[in-house]
Design a protein around this ligand. Structure first.
Ligand SMILES: O=S(=O)(O)c1ccc(O)c(O)c1
Ligand SMILES: [Ca+2]
Ligand SMILES: [Fe+2]
Length: 372
């Protein structure tokens, strides 16, 4: 056959949604204090090596596994597929992609049925599953919710060097782009992609990867996010707050970013918008728009761009990092994330160029905590 035409891939598995994640934590008790005592996630099961957690609207066994280990890392990002039959489809698809594919019998992971585990073409440890033990759904257990009630897992955000290539790979899995950030030289800095009818199940962040940027849980209302902030203040754990609370430009969600005791980033997120119709309009942001990441123009702390969690391969070893070749968002915008323009061609009353018009040549820095 004509070997210049890539062989047609077999059908891709039918992914429903981002469903759970497994994080390696170096101090299980410290992690338990953060995720259970502070965030109030529900312990479905636990032993001396692992804690299986769920949010209040989850009825599958867990949506987050904390596993004790020597090095903090992300060990799995798991997507639920529509039926057990989709596991064979997944195995065939990923074997055709030529990556490491393993089949784990039901029960290998507590509460979960058979799993197809792959190290995907981007280098991430991905699991596909359908079967899972049903446990009590705490949707209306307001007697245990608390004021910061977390409803469910919403999305993964992954750092990968080549966004167009990553987008193509996820489009092959039937994901669609809802929003992205680009510039007028066709560089793409980030993209948000979905299977369920919200803004994303996975977000692609341009950078050296594979690294896990964050796992996001959603609440039903903003006041739950505000309570989590107030509670962290009361516990003198405000240093767990990395970024926010605020209103995202992309997704329009209200957000908060926390760092757990191992530095894993957890987002608490609420009220993005419906994307379920086939002609859902894609929103494209200019990388210089300083309302893209925070609608109010609040600066993005540098650590949010630079820090992310190591991911493991299927043998539990840190995955090789690939450097990003395209320009980095922090390099082109950290100034624009500071106290700068919100209008493209701002001109001062005396006719001089405003800071954001790009005509002033002024240095646009981010005012850090020690600066007045
Ligand atoms: O900061 S962004 O507005 O680009 C953003 C939007 C949605 C997310 O889930 C996120 O982590 C970040
Ligand atoms: Ca802080
Ligand atoms: Fe997010």
């Amino acid at each position: 056959s004509d070997n210049t035409v890539p062989a047609a891939l077999p059908p891709a598995p039918d992914v429903i949604r981002a469903a759970s994640a497994e994080l390696i934590v170096t101090d299980l008790a410290a992690a338990r204090s953060f995720y259970v005592d502070v965030l109030r996630l529900v312990v479905t099961e636990e032993d001396e090596n692992a804690i299986y957690l769920r949010a209040f609207e989850d009825y599958l066994h867990h949506s987050l596994v904390l596993r004790k280990g020597p090095v903090a890392a992300c060990a799995a990002l798991s997507y639920r597929v529509r039926s057990e039959a989709e596991l064979d489809v997944a195995e065939t698809y990923y074997k055709a992609l030529g990556v490491d594919v393993r089949r784990l019998p039901a029960g290998t992971k507590r509460g979960i049925g058979e799993i197809v585990q792959v190290q995907d073409p981007l280098g991430f440890p991905i699991e596909f599953f359908y079967g899972a033990e049903h446990v009590e759904r705490f949707t209306q257990r307001y007697d245990v919710h608390g004021a910061g009630a977390i409803a469910r897992l919403d999305h993964f955000n992954v750092v990968t060097p080549d966004i167009p290539a990553a987008q193509k790979y996820y489009e092959g899995l039937g994901f669609k782009v809802s929003e992205d950030i680009e510039d007028d030289e066709q560089t793409v800095y980030a993209a948000w992609m979905y299977r369920k009818s919200t803004v994303h199940d996975v977000a692609l962040t341009g950078g050296d990867g594979p690294r896990m940027h964050h796992i996001a849980f959603s609440t039903n209302e903003r006041h739950q996010i505000l309570h989590i902030c107030d509670q962290l203040g009361a516990l003198r754990r405000s240093d767990a707050i990395e970024r926010g609370p605020g209103r995202h430009g992309v997704s329009n969600a209200f957000y908060l970013y926390l760092r757990d005791p191992d530095g894993h980033r957890i987002e608490i997120y609420t009220q993005d918008y419906y994307t379920g119709d086939p002609d859902n309009p894609v929103i494209r942001w200019d990388v210089h728009d300083n309302q893209r990441r925070d609608w109010w123009g609040t600066p993005v702390v540098p650590s949010w761009y630079s820090e992310a969690s190591t991911v493991l391969d299927l043998d539990g070893h840190p995955a090789e990092l690939v450097e990003r070749k395209d320009s980095s968002e922090a390099a082109v915008t950290i100034g624009a994330d500071g106290f700068s323009y919100t209008r493209a061609d701002e001109t001062r009353s005396d006719g001089s160029a405003g800071p954001g018009s790009g005509r002033s040549g002024e240095v646009q820095g981010v005012k850090l905590g020690h600066q007045v």
